[in-house]
Design a protein around this ligand. Sequence first.
Ligand code: GSH
Length: 316
Amino acid sequence: MRLKPVYVTDPNLVDAPLTDMPNQWAPAKGIHLYHFPLSLDSQKVRQGLEELGVQWQSHPILLSAHQQFSPSYVRINSRCVVPTLVIDGKVTTDTINILDLLAVRFGAANQCFETSEEERKLVNDWVDKAAGLFIEALTYGHVEGVKKPFPLGNASESGRSHQDKVDLLSGLIETYKNDPTLKTAYEKKRAVIEATKEAMVAPGQMSAIVDATRVELEDLAHQLASGQFADGGWLASDAFSLADVQWGAVLYRLQWVGLQPLLWEEDSIISAYAEKLFAKASFQTGVVEWSRVGRKVVLPTIRYKLLEAFGLARDI
Ligand SMILES: N[C@@H](CCC(=O)N[C@@H](CS)C(=O)NCC(=O)O)C(=O)O
């Protein structure tokens, strides 16, 4: 039974994270983030950038228009996912890896995300725990009694968006059969999506994923009650850390998809923690402001699809 994302459990199915890898297809100068407004991992990295006070150039990759599969993006990030960070032509992938790189490069100058040796293990453990939650399944899969918000699909379509991607990727594998880089990337991606879809539609899976998530949240409540948060600090240290960046986006997502009542009490230490996280200016700028579905997703997607229909769409 699959209870965690493929990216966490199956390193053989996904390309290893890249760190500062020169790439001829990436912009040669400046700090660039390829991201999607509503993507959980993009939210985490945008908040990290805001917290560090780093100026960055935005390259929205419209997952809603499947731009993550566009050849020019796949040449930068062969996982066909967001986010991707580019600094002066060098590519860094994988959310945890991106945030670690940003913290190392910009943390000291801003006195931000600096963790003592003793705190580091706890921070990393809580980063890994958040990244190990199967949020993709919880977002797109059907959970009994929960009505998902727009623009997520309704219950009868559970697994539909993943099947659409499988079909699209099969077409791309055929189209690019003579380009080994793209063909391999698309084949690997199809395997990841198939495994993810299976984990959402197989009988009993979604309730097992909800139960596993609830156990993690009970653990979170325990850590909050017994750790630094209880003394006015944060999840794993006195100062705001990368563990808090991870959990802010996660709690915001679980609330948005309507799962909070199944996972934690309204009037609990988790809600108090969420309130403190959401109040941060970096969270408002990096997460909340990008969550306006109409302006940030629906309109750009319509615009892109119209341009595409007229053969005027620019690649990423
Ligand atoms: N945690 C991994 C995976 C990231 C991930 O799954 N990103 C999602 C958005 S939060 C995505 O791009 N999904 C598009 C797709 O899988 O087609 C990473 O950072 O590379």
